[in-house]
Structures are given as C-alpha cells and as structure tokens.
Design a protein around this ligand. Structure first.
Ligand code: MN
Length: 202
C-alpha cells in the first residue's frame, strides 16, 4: 500500500493569525505531498517494504535496503513528522494541557513554563532545518532538537509534541524570526490531541 497524503484536518486559514493560510497550503499540499510521493517511489523498488507501516520503517532503518535508506529516512521521516504535526495544531488552540500530560510535564520539567521554554529553545536552537520534539523514551518525557526529518521514533521513542522549524514552515510570515514563529506556534497547539497521543503512548 502506497502512503497517502492525509487531508489537513482544518482549513488552511484556521491557524491565522499565528500561521498564515498560504504557508499552510504550500506546506501541506506541496511539501508534505512531495515527501509522500518520493518515499512511495523508493518503496516501489522494494515490494517487501510495501506491507510495513511508516513507524516500522523508520524504527528499523538499518533493515531498509541501503539504496533507498536515505530516501526513506528523509522523505518517509517527512511524511511521518507532518502527519503528526497537522493533528497537533488546530483553531482555538494554545493554553496549557491538563490530565496525564500535565502530570508528566510537571514530573519531568517541574512546571509547564519550564517545559515550554525547554521545547522552544530546542526548536529555536536547532541549526538549519529540523524539529523540536517532546517525546516519551524509557517511560520519561524528554525534549530534543532533531535535524532534517529525523524524529524520536528513529531512536525508539514515541513523539508527543513537535514543532517544525524548517524555513518553509514560517518564512513567508516570519522571515528570519524563528523565535517569533515558535512563540506564535504555541497558540495553535491542540492539547486535546496531545493528550490523546500521550495516553496511547503510555
Ligand atoms: Mn515541514
């Protein structure tokens, strides 16, 4: 089964004014679509990979044939990251989480403000293109920056909340001001979706 571009679960302008409609349209319809099409091209060369989920492929990159491994890592990683990313945002987002996610944040970081600051710094400080991810690993909530389309699942972790800091995610509206984009992005976080991811991961 070829991978498919999932529909954006809200309108392109739903995250305005924090993320502009044109950025969302290009990001989803062109960038994410290219990741899907390119990883599918690699899978076509190796029918034995066709039955594997994207999580399985990325979680076991060493078992992916060498001639397509980098494509699966970059474009498969791009498909995986963005498929999660769209669901973590939504109109009327922002604020603070509750429930088990809040407990895990407080346990690992002391309080929400420290968690927010840690994830923001990981994202802003990621040199070049990449992501800031909060993820579960070894039963603990952790935060780290990842280059390119790498992600926690490649290290056996479970991604919980991530922010895309590729320039394509913010340059039309924020140009070089990545910190302003990351600050605005927090206003789009759909904590209900994050809590759902967290409960499935535990
Ligand atoms: Mn992106």
């Amino acid at each position: 089964m070829a991978f498919e571009l999932p529909p954006l679960p809200y309108a392109f302008n739903a995250l305005e004014p924090h993320i502009d409609a044109q950025t969302m349209e290009i990001h989803h319809d062109r960038h994410h679509a290219t990741y899907v099409n390119t990883v599918n091209g690699a899978i076509e060369k190796h029918p034995e990979l066709d039955q594997k989920s994207i999580d399985e492929l990325l979680g076991n990159l060493s078992s992916v044939p060498e001639d397509v491994r980098t494509v699966v890592r970059n474009h498969g990683g791009g498909h995986f990251n963005h498929s999660i990313f769209w669901t973590l945002m939504g109109p009327g987002g922002g604020g603070e989480p509750g429930g088990a996610v809040a407990d895990a944040i407080n346990q690992a970081f002391g309080d929400f403000a420290t968690f927010k600051d840690t994830l923001s710094k990981a994202a802003i400080g990621q040199f070049g293109s990449g992501w800031g991810w909060a993820f579960l690993a070894g039963g603990k909530l952790q935060v780290k920056g990842f280059p390119n389309q790498d992600n926690p699942v490649m290290e056996g972790g479970v991604p919980i909340l991530g922010v895309d800091v590729w320039e394509h995610a913010y340059y039309l509206k924020y140009q070089n001001k990545r910190p302003d984009y990351v600050a605005a992005w927090w206003n789009t976080v759909n904590w209900g979706a994050v809590e759902e991811r967290f409960s499935k991961a535990g």
